[in-house]
Design a protein around this ligand. Sequence first.
Ligand code: FE
Length: 206
Amino acid sequence: MDNTAFFKFTYGLFLVGVEQEGKYNGCIINTAAQATSEPPRILMTMQKKNYTTELLMQKRSAALTILSRQFPLDRIAHFGMQSGRDVPKFAGPYETDANGNPYLADGMNARFALEVSETIDLGTHRLFLCDVSDALTLSDGVPMSYGDYRILKSGGTLGGEAPVSQKKWVCSVCHYEYDGEVPFEALPDDYRCPVCGAGKEHFSLV
Ligand code: FE
């Protein structure tokens, strides 16, 4: 089997928050999706060994939020790279939904109040099928995909619709960088460098 085929799936990033008998915890997951719209249901899978999963099995409800691209990378690491058994996840300011489950509003696109209706034991993971009892859009930014997160984590930037090539046409005489809206190739043949007056043939792509 070609395991790289699985890399072609796209995923979002989500924060699942649960409060159970005064214990607050949360973790980052990448597998959550709307299952049906009538009734509104969401499914998600979580690692069984996660503390949040353990609390969710007892509480049977959770606050799910969708991360936007504005959500800071160090906060993803805080919720995703360490266990709530060792570190309090909701140490800073947070809000709670009608079930008392914690969520962060800043840097999030939307939140959902989930009530677990069915679970399936998947070995390493547990699948939760949940009814949605409340939903709210928190911001209109672009949701963070798992691919975005991998780019950011490796030091890259999210260019959106930016062109693949960042090369510019530069005057070889005075080093003026052409940055006009008309593509350089489409300029008339008598175009001249606005700084030194050199002809179009003196420009090169660097
Ligand atoms: Fe020039």
